[in-house]
Write a protein that binds this ligand. Structure first.
Ligand code: SAH
Ligand code: SF4
Ligand code: F3S
Length: 458
C-alpha cells in the first residue's frame, strides 16, 4: 500500500528542487506525496538558514507536528519525522538534543542516501544524523527521471559556493562549489521536456560560476551550456538563477543576445551600491562595475528586465553608503527586487564586525529603499500595458474561467482562458497593471491586426 509523504519546503528554489528529488527517491520505497502532515507516514521539513531565527521556527513547527506523531503511535502506526536542508546541516546535533522525537536529520548533500536512512530507522536505530559531505555526488545517485508538476521545471546544475560573502551562510551549509557534467544536465533537461516541461530554470547558489565537464573534454561555462540546452526540441524557454555579478562572463552576456529562448529577465543580486560596503561584504566588484554590466546586458538584449537582492544596514553602513545604494537603484532601474535588513548569521565574518547598525536605522532605510523599488516595479508593470506578450500559462486563477501564467519578464499575468490553456504559450495583450500582476486578453480576441509575437505564438 502507498505510504504518504509530506514535505514542507522553506527557502530558495534549490530547496524546491531538492524537495522534488527527495520525493523521487522516496517513490522507490512506495511513498506518494500528500497535502497535509496530519496523516502522513513521513514528514520532512526542508529548511532554510538564511534568515535570523530560522532554527527557532523549525523547532516550533516540530512542536506543532509532535502531537500528530504521538497520535499515530497510539493508534499503532508510525510517522517518521525528518529535518533536512540548511538548518539541519548547520545545527544537526541540536535537533537530536532539543527535539529527540525527530527521527532523521540530514543535510542537502545526502538525499540520495534516503532509502538507507529510512532502512536504518525501520531496523530500530533510534536516530539518524547525516550531515557529512559525502565524497560522491548526490546527483550521480538520484533517479534519472525527475517528477514534474506542470510545464515549468527547475534543474540544479551547480551547487555550493566558494565566494564567501561575509554575511552569508550558504558556503557553510551547502559546501564547496560543484558543477554537474554537461551530459548529466542535458539528459535531465531532455527528460523534463519529455515529461511536459516547456520552461526550465537552471539553478545554482552561484549558477554562473558553472564550469561543467563537457563531452568534448573541455570545461563549459554557463553561456555555452545554455546554447546547448536551447537546441532541445520542445524546450521553449530557459532561465537561470542566482547569478553573481563578478561571474558574468562575455559568453553568458552574448547568450542573452543570441539565444531567443533565454528569457529577458535576470536576477542579479548587487546587495549594495556603496563600494566601501561591497568591499566589506567581499563581493569583489564595485558599484560602477554593476552599472557597466547592466549596460552591457541591455546592449545584448535591449528588453532585458533586471531583478536584484539588497541588504540594508550591513555593519558600518553609513547614511552616505545607503544613499549610494539608492543612487544605484535610480541609475539601473529594476523590474522587481528583494530587500532585507542585515541579520547576523552565527559563524559568518560580518556577524563579528564592529559597528552593527541599530534595528531602528535598518528599518527606516529598508522602508526608503522599498518605496523606491516598489515605484520602479509599478512603473515597469505600467509600461507593459498595451504590449502583446507571450505568456506561459501554469495554473487556474482565483476566478472561474481565468488562468495565470508568466510573461517573459516573470510577471504574473491573468487572462480569461479555458483550463486546457494549461501549459500553452499564448499571445496576451496586456490591459491593466496591478502592484504584483498584469491582466490581459488573448491577443486574437481584441480584433487588432496580429503583431509579430502573435504570429510567432499562433
Ligand atoms: N546566492 C545568491 C543569494 C543567496 S541568499 C547570491 O549570491 O546572490 C539570498 C539573498 O539573501 C542574498 O542575495 C542576500 O540579499 C540575502 N541575505 C543573505 N544573507 C543575509 C544576511 N545575513 N542578512 C540579510 N540578508 C541576507
Ligand atoms: Fe552567499 Fe551568494 Fe555570496 Fe555565495 S555568492 S556567499 S551564495 S551571497
Ligand atoms: Fe536557504 Fe539554504 Fe537556500 S540557507 S536560501 S535554503 S541554500
Amino acid at each position: 500500500m502507498a505510504k504518504k509523504l509530506y514535505i514542507k519546503t522553506y527557502g530558495c528554489q534549490m530547496n524546491v528542487y531538492d524537495s522534488t528529488r527527495m520525493a523521487d527517491v522516496l517513490a522507490s520505497l512506495g511513498y506518494v506525496l500528500c497535502d497535509g502532515a496530519e496523516t502522513a507516514d513521513m514528514v520532512i521539513l526542508n529548511t532554510c538558514h538564511i534568515r535570523e531565527k530560522a532554527a527557532e521556527k523549525v523547532f516550533s513547527e516540530l512542536g506543532r507536528l509532535r502531537p500528530f506523531k504521538e497520535r499515530r503511535k497510539k493508534a499503532g502506526g508510525r510517522m517518521i519525522l525528518a529535518v533536512a536542508g540548511c538548518v539541519a546541516q548547520a545545527q544537526g546535533e541540536e535537533f537530536l538534543r532539543r527535539a529527540p522525537f525527530v527521527d532523521m536529520v540530514f543535510g542537502p548533500q545526502t538525499y540520495h542516501t534516503l532509502p538507507a536512512m529510512v532502512g536504518r530507522i525501520m531496523d530500530g536505530e533510534g536516530h539518524v544524523l547525516e550531515t557529512d559531505f559525502p565524497p560522491e555526488s548526490k546527483f550521480d545517485y538520484l533517479p534519472e527521471t525527475p517528477g514534474l508538476d506542470g510545464s515549468t521545471a527547475f534543474l540544479t546544475v551547480q551547487e555550493g559556493c566558494d565566494r564567501f560573502c561575509t554575511f552569508c551562510v550558504v558556503p557553510y551549509t551547502r559546501g564547496a562549489e560543484f558543477s554537474r557534467p554537461v551530459a548529466a544536465v542535458a539528459a535531465e533537461a531532455r527528460s523534463l521536456v519529455r515529461a511536459g516541461a516547456r520552461e526550465i530554470t537552471l539553478l545554482g547558489q552561484n549558477v554562473n560560476a558553472y564550469h561543467g565537464a563537457a563531452p568534448d573534454g573541455a570545461t563549459w561555462r554557463l553561456g555555452r551550456l545554455i546554447r546547448e540546452l536551447a537546441e532541445i526540441d520542445g524546450l521553449d524557454r530557459l532561465r537561470y538563477t542566482t547569478s553573481h555579478p563578478a561571474d558574468m562572463d562575455d559568453e553568458l552576456i552574448s547568450a542573452h543576445r543570441d539565444v531567443p529562448g533565454l528569457m529577458p529577465f535576470l536576477h542579479l543580486p548587487v546587495q549594495s551600491g556603496s563600494d566601501r560596503v561591497l568591499a566589506a561584504m567581499n563581493r569583489r566588484h564595485r558599484a560602477d562595475d554593476y552599472r557597466r554590466l547592466a549596460g552591457r546586458l541591455r546592449e545584448a538584449r535591449p528588453d532585458l528586465a533586471l531583478s536584484s537582492d539588497f541588504i540594508v544596514g550591513f555593519p558600518g553602513e553609513s547614511e552616505t553608503d545607503f544613499q549610494a545604494t539608492l543612487d544605484l537603484v535610480a541609475d539601473v532601474g529594476f523590474a522587481q527586487a528583494y530587500s532585507f535588513q542585515y541579520s547576523p548569521r552565527p559563524g559568518t565574518p560580518a556577524a563579528a564586525m564592529d559597528c552593527q547598525v541599530p534595528d531602528a536605522v535598518k528599518g527606516e532605510r529598508l522602508a526608503r529603499l522599498q518605496a523606491l523599488l516598489n515605484e520602479q516595479q509599478k512603473a515597469f508593470n505600467q509600461r507593459s500595458v498595451g504590449q502583446v506578450m507571450a505568456v506561459l500559462f501554469e495554473r487556474s486563477g482565483k476566478h472561474a474561467g481565468q488562468m495565470v501564467g508568466r510573461s517573459p519578464y516573470m510577471q504574473a499575468v491573468h487572462a480569461p482562458l479555458p483550463r486546457d490553456a494549461f501549459g500553452a504559450i499564448v499571445a496576451v495583450r496586456i490591459q491593466a497593471a496591478h502592484a504584483n500582476s498584469l491582466a490581459g486578453f488573448p491577443a486574437h480576441h481584441d480584433g487588432a491586426a496580429p503583431t509579430p509575437i502573435e504570429r510567432a505564438c499562433a
